[in-house]
Design a protein. Structure first.
Length: 296
């Protein structure tokens, strides 16, 4: 559906995207994951046809112009805030070449799909961040693109907005191929089939999430403390290789060390209250840190 070969973008002497090569599987969701400044926006902008690559190849299966095949939601979408949601989407439909009748019909359809139909006559200026993000998606899918590119679609949303957006993307993936960028790995984990890990403009790992997980996963023991402060204190006192996320301390197991018995006896001798101790799978965040060679 989309093949990218040795895509490179330089600004002056600085290469912000270097030799990026990957392929998207039709009707799947791929997450482009990387820290701030990794080159995600630059990559997506080139794929959307908004930025000219310095070198490399972007190949879509269909020879039609990119704009007709690709929908794009920028990181900070801009709207005419004085318009109503319907007026805005209807106008964008006409601008993209739909007839008056089609634009009207399609505007209603996409607003219904993103859950803004009941708010269609409200001015955009009164919309919340989550509603604006959904309006951005409505505009991006107006022309029924086969490929949808979304730049940080969930980063600015609260947990409910994020969960709504993820549900929407899963529905869209039934008929559309989705590539979205994020640095929120927790969300990526629950709605992603393929991952592209990016650092300093380069893809450092890619593949199906399960395969990447298998490649890097090491056994872990996850200890859930009752208090977050206990988790932090236990981690700071530990000579083991540990990481902390809220109330959970994760201990990496190397050569069968430490054993569960060792951990249990350490905990029994400590003053901390423990809720649960269990073997655990590596999270996407731990995986990313391992791939880019930094401690979680
Ligand atoms: N027009 C430009 N001119 C010069 N440098 C640029 C330009 N656009 C982006 N850069 C630089 O390219 C690098 C990658 O930026 P980019 O916005 O693609 O990263 P990102 O991964 O999307 O980051 P974020 O998560 O913060 O949005 C950054 O160092 C940025 O400063």
């Amino acid at each position: 559906m989309l093949q990218v070969e040795q895509l490179t973008k330089r600004f002056g002497k600085k290469a912000v995207v270097s030799d990026v090569t990957f392929e998207l599987v039709p009707n799947t969701i791929t997450a482009l994951i990387g820290p701030n400044g990794a080159g995600k926006t630059t990559t997506l902008s080139m794929l959307a046809g908004l930025l000219t690559p310095t070198s490399g190849i972007i190949r879509l299966d269909n020879p039609r112009p990119v704009q007709q095949q690709v929908g794009f939601l920028p990181q900070y979408p801009k709207f005419f805030e004085w318009m109503t949601a319907f007026e805005y989407v209807n106008m964008m439909g006409k601008l993209s070449g739909l007839s008056t009748v089609d634009a009207l019909q399609r505007a209603n359809d996409v607003l219904r799909f993103v859950g803004l139909y009941d708010e269609r006559t409200q001015r955009i200026s009164g919309f919340s961040g989550g509603m604006k993000q959904r309006l951005g998606i409505a505009q991006a899918i107006l022309h029924r693109p086969k490929l949808l590119l979304l730049d940080e679609p969930v980063s600015a949303l609260d947990p409910i907005g994020r969960s709504d957006m993820m549900k929407l993307l899963r529905e869209l993936a039934e008929t559309t191929t989705i590539l979205y960028s994020t640095h929120i790995l927790h969300d990526a984990e629950s709605m992603t089939e393929y991952v592209l890990f990016m650092k300093d403009g380069c893809l450092v790992e890619q593949g199906h999430i399960d395969e990447v997980q298998q490649k890097y996963d090491a056994p872990h023991i996850a200890i859930t403390f009752v208090q977050e402060t206990d988790a932090l204190q236990f981690a700071s006192q530990s000579e083991l290789h540990v990481s902390v996320s809220e109330r959970v301390v994760t201990v990496e197991v190397h050569n069968n060390k430490p054993t569960m018995q060792h951990i249990m006896s350490r905990l029994a001798a400590s003053p901390f209250q423990v809720e649960q101790v269990a073997y655990a799978k590596m999270t996407l965040e731990q995986m990313f840190m391992k791939v880019v060679g930094e401690d979680a």
